[in-house]
Design a protein around this ligand. Structure first.
Ligand code: FES
Length: 209
């Protein structure tokens, strides 16, 4: 079921990844509907300036344990409200021992998200939902059960990521899911696409999307 791990260079496998992305967006949307999770999609802006515009998300609309998807720069971004039991799971030695890069040593996130929860606010994860193997769109599994056991599963070759986007060992995806620049406009309003004041993270500097 799995294929060998690979590290597609930027650009060299763009066409293949684009096709996979188009195909699997359909799968991801269908999966999201089946689990009754909201899918919030921003319309593709008409010009390049708008396409790179930040996206604001009202976090009060996401219940504990719930995940929504928004579009940013043409890619899905998963935002998950992680309740205390899910946060405790992220630190559990049993889970950590199964992860390929539990401490986020590889630059797949901004410095301000290089921590055990890979985000600004522990309660909320903000992840680019593009598998680091060949670009399919993972979906959350375990939706109706204990939030602590939920993970993201890639439908293409079975790569698995925890609720911080950290990849498990023994799967084709080589890297954690990317974390986009993000900052809080207020306690409840998230902006994707901008760094917090004083931070200068360039998203193109991550190892792979
Ligand atoms: S694209 Fe191959 S496991 Fe995700």
């Amino acid at each position: 079921m799995t294929s060998p791990a690979s590290t597609p260079a930027r650009g060299s496998s763009t066409s293949r990844r684009d096709v996979l992305t188009v195909v699997t967006i359909t799968t991801a949307v269908a999966g999201g509907c089946a689990l009754a999770w909201p899918f919030l999609e921003t319309l593709t802006p008409p010009d390049d300036t708008a396409a790179h515009a930040p996206v604001d998300v009202d976090l009060t609309a996401i219940a504990p344990g719930q995940q929504i998807t928004v579009m940013w720069r043409g890619s899905p971004v998963f935002i998950t409200n992680r309740p205390p039991e899910a946060l405790a799971k992220l630190k559990s030695p049993e889970l950590v021992s199964k992860l390929r890069d539990p401490d986020s040593l590889i630059v797949q996130q901004p410095p301000y998200a290089t921590n055990w929860h890979r985000s600004l606010k522990p309660e909320y994860s903000v992840l680019v939902g593009v598998c680091t193997h060949l670009g399919c769109i993972p979906t959350m599994i375990g939706g109706s059960g204990d939030p602590a056991v939920r993970t993201f599963l890639c439908p293409c070759h079975g790569s698995k990521f925890d609720l911080a986007g950290r990849v498990f060992k023994g799967v084709p995806a080589p890297y954690n899911l990317p974390v986009p620049p993000h900052r809080m406009l207020s306690d409840t309003m998230l902006r994707i696409g901008e760094n917090p004041e004083g931070e200068h993270f360039d998203f193109s500097s991550i190892v792979q999307i």
